[in-house]
Design a protein around this ligand. Sequence first.
Ligand SMILES: Cc1ncc(COP(=O)(O)O)c(C=O)c1O
Length: 385
Amino acid sequence: MSTSSDQVATLSGLSAAELRGAGELAARFPLTPNAEPATAASHAEIMGDLTFGVAHTDHMVRAAWTPQEGWHGHRTEAYGPLTLSPAAAVLHYGQEIFEGLKAYRHADGSVWTFRPGFNAARFAASARRLAMPPLPEEDFVGSLAALVAADERWVPDAEGSSLYLRPLMIATEPFLGVRAAHQMEYLVIASPVGPYFAHGFEPVSIWVAQDYHRVGPGGLGAAKTGGNYAASLLPQQDAYDKGFEQVCFLDAATSTQLEELGGMNVFVVDADGTVRTPALTGTILEGGTRSSILQLLRDAGRTVREETIVLSELLDQIRSGEVAETFACGTAAVITPIGRLAGEGFDVTVADGRPGPVTTELYTALTDIQLGRRADPHDWMYRIV
Ligand SMILES: Cc1ncc(COP(=O)(O)O)c(C=O)c1O
C-alpha cells in the first residue's frame, strides 16, 4: 500500500556560486575580539580530544530584532553568558529555532562550509512556522563566515573532525501573554567536534518508538525547533536503556509509517538498487544531507523514490532480502549504516549488521566533496577562509 511520489525537495537555498564572497558577508558582523581567549594550552588540550558538542570557541555572533528596528546590532564578540529576563517568551512558550552545520578544513588549510544557503533557507522557513522574523539569507551566511574567521584556530584538521556551527534564534521579549514575541535575538556559537558516534562509520542499532511521537500533522515537524527535540528525549532515553543507540519515529496519524530519527533522516536501499526515503509530508525535517544524497543518487543514474515507507512492509522486505541496506543521515553523523531495527514484537538485522556498498559509496562521495577531495558539480562548498 505504499504510494510512490515524485515529490522533490522543497528547499535548496542559494548555491555557493550565487552567494557573495565570505569576506564581504562577514563584514556585516564586525568583530570585537575576546580579550581573554582560551590559552594555547587549553586550546591544545581541547583540540587533542574532540568529542561532540562539549567545547566552545572564543567568540559568538549576535543580532537583535524588534518590529520598529528590524534586524540590528549585528556583531561578533566574546563568547559568554546571556542576560535574559526570566519572563522571556522563549523560556515559557519555546519560541526558538536553530540550525546545525559544519566548517571543514581542507588539506591546503582553507576552510569551507557545505550548502550554507540550504541551512539559511531552512532557518527562514523554520522562522516563518514559529511566527519569528526570517533572517535575510546572506546575513545568515555572513554570520557563519564572521564566526569562523574570528575562530579559525578552532577548525580542526583531523579526519572526521570539523567546527560545528550552531545558529539559533530566541524570543527574548519579557511578556507572559501567549502571542508571537516582539523581541528576538539571533546568535551563532561554535564547537570543535570529532565524529558524532565514537565508533565512527559502523552500523547503529535503532529502536522504533511505537508509544511516542515526535510531531503530528499540522505541527512543527518540518521546522527545526527545540520542542520537537524535547518530545524525542524520553523515547530516546528509553531506547538507550534498552541498549539501542537511536530512536526511529513513526507517523502520529497511523503509527505505521517510518518518518525519521530524533536528529537524522532515513533511507532504504532495495536489493535491485532502488533507493527510497520517506516523502516530505510536513512532519519530517528536510535534511540538507538527505537532499544532497538524493542529488548524488540521481547524478549516478539510480532510481530514487520519495514515498511512504510502511514499517510492516519494510520488516518483511528486510527479512526476505528485498531490502539490502538501511542508513540514517544528517550533518552531525553524515551517513550512518543501520544494522539492527527493533521495536515491540520485532528485531531484525540488516545487511548482516555491516555497512552496505551503497551506504559506503555515498558516505565516501559526500565526505570527499566536503573535504575537497572530489569535484563539487553543484556548487555546494562555500569558502570562508
Ligand atoms: C530531526 C532531524 N532530522 C533530520 C536532520 C538532518 O538534517 P541535516 O542533514 O540538514 O543535518 C536533522 C539534523 O539537523 C534533524 O535534527
